[in-house]
Write a protein that binds this ligand. Structure first.
Ligand code: DOR
Length: 430
């Protein structure tokens, strides 16, 4: 018998608004919705979701799954579990694996492993340059033929202006999207934290906001020249947000994302020299945090993306200047966004689900309305839950969350992937 499920008592939120609806699922799709569906317990499972929000599953544009190569930190299996627990039904896997996702073999491996695990849709990105070395372009067309839509050298930005121009022209012709990690490397060598008052006080090498803003500006101008779209990863400064706002006002095909940590934490967190708060781009000032929140609220920034970046404890326990940058994000993103943004459910779903789905080229399958005939990739949220983060309880293999001891609001209760409850009451149903 195929999996049949009825969710009763919930409030559905999607592109069409917010309304009380029960949802019947069969064969991986939504087959019926209505204010009070009758359940037949002999053939279908009932999930009572009274008081909960039911909406399209989240889509993360920015997940580091670490496999192949760094499976001490995360695997496609553990990362998929973390994603499912965070309400994600699709994640774009970043290419800074070892070997790099710069060729068909590695991309196929990641995709295949994601399918075998079967907890969410794992979509590998491809790197823009071979080995992410910034010198020669990867075979975009070959990679697109095996399903890659988003290309990025994330972890570093493409430094060479001419190469970035060619990459945009090439991607534009093929209908692909380039996602830029905006960082001018010559301005951030040896940097540990945001360059500003706090960093001077601590006597640590600073990471200027300008390093990000220069590349945001350059890429916007290259988009103006080529007409090809660009997606700007993890924006962290007030000026970056302004630049994107102006580019959109000019009608340029520029999209952008922000992470949960850049809307919830500041450079002040580094005062205890704790490397859990070291991240690239770095945590900035409260004025930057407010500007990024403003960008999400007014539509300048299109998506909340986690930049889920697991690292083993022994790496994060190294001195601040030696520890790698990055923090976990998949299991806490909803709670952080709900706690700090003060946005309504529909706007939050736009930022976590259908807008990132469109940028990832997944808009036909993920982030769909909760309606008859649509694929059943859904999340159920206990909107009134308050919880505190225990790193040992996370599904991720790593524990480098910056949110220990913080109380978060709202929590993912169930995640439905291809019509199957892969998370029930917060637990992975493998
Ligand atoms: O903090 C970060 N960590 N930023 C990045 O861009 C890369 C990531 C990683 O791979 O650890």
């Amino acid at each position: 018998m195929s999996e049949r499920l009825v969710m009763t008592g919930g409030t559905v939120v999607d592109q069409h608004g917010e309304r009380r609806l029960d949802v019947r699922i069969a064969d991986g799709c939504v087959v019926e919705t209505g204010p009070s569906l009758v359940v037949d317990p002999s053939v279908e499972q009932q999930l009572d979701v009274s008081g909960c929000i039911v909406g399209p599953g989240f889509v993360d544009l920015h997940t580091h799954l670490r496999e192949p190569g760094m499976t001490e930190a995360e695997t496609i299996e553990s990362g998929s579990k973390a994603a499912a627990r965070g309400g994600y039904t699709a994640v774009v896997a970043m290419p800074n694996t070892d070997p790099t996702q710069d060729c068909v073999e590695v991309v196929k491996f990641v995709r295949q492993r994601g399918i075998e695990v079967g907890l969410c849709d794992v979509r590998p990105s491809g790197s823009i340059t071979v080995g992410r070395a910034g010198e020669s372009l990867t075979p975009f067309a070959e990679l697109a033929a095996v399903g890659v839509h988003l290309f990025t050298d994330d972890g570093s930005g493409v430094q060479d202006d001419g190469l970035m121009r060619r990459a945009l022209e090439y991607a534009g012709e093929l209908g692909l999207v380039l996602a830029q990690h905006c960082e001018v490397a010559s301005l951030t060598r040896g940097a540990v934290m945001h360059e500003g008052e706090c960093c001077s006080h601590l006597g640590l090498p600073g990471w200027p906001a300008l390093a990000e803003e220069l590349m945001v500006h350059r890429d916007i101008e290259l988009v103006r020249l080529t007409g090809s779209p660009v997606h700007l990863l993890h924006l962290s400064t007030a000026r970056s947000v302004e630049l994107v706002r102006a580019a959109k006002a000019d009608g340029l095909p520029v999209t952008a994302e922000a992470t949960p940590h850049h809307i919830s934490l500041t450079d002040e967190s580094l005062r205890a020299f704790d490397a859990r708060f070291k991240v690239n781009p770095p945590l900035r000032t409260m004025a930057d945090v407010e500007a990024v929140r403003g960008g999400l609220a007014d539509g300048t920034i299109d998506a909340i993306a986690t930049d889920h970046a697991p690292h083993p404890s022994r790496a994060k326990e190294r001195p601040l200047d030696e520890a790698p940058p990055g923090m976990l994000g998949l299991e806490t993103s909803l709670g952080v966004a709900r706690s700090v943004l003060g946005l309504g459910w529909q706007q939050l779903f736009a930022l976590l689900s259908w807008q990132p789905a469109t940028i990832a080229g997944l808009g036909e399958v993920h982030g769909r309305p909760v309606a008859v005939g649509e694929p059943a990739h859904l999340v159920v949220i206990d909107q009134n839950a308050e919880w505190s983060v225990d790193p040992m309880q996370l599904a991720s293999l790593s524990t480098n969350t910056p949110y220990v001891g913080m109380t978060l609001q709202s929590r993912v209760r169930h995640t439905i992937f291809h019509g199957r409850p892969v998370v029930i009451d917060g637990m992975v149903n493998a």
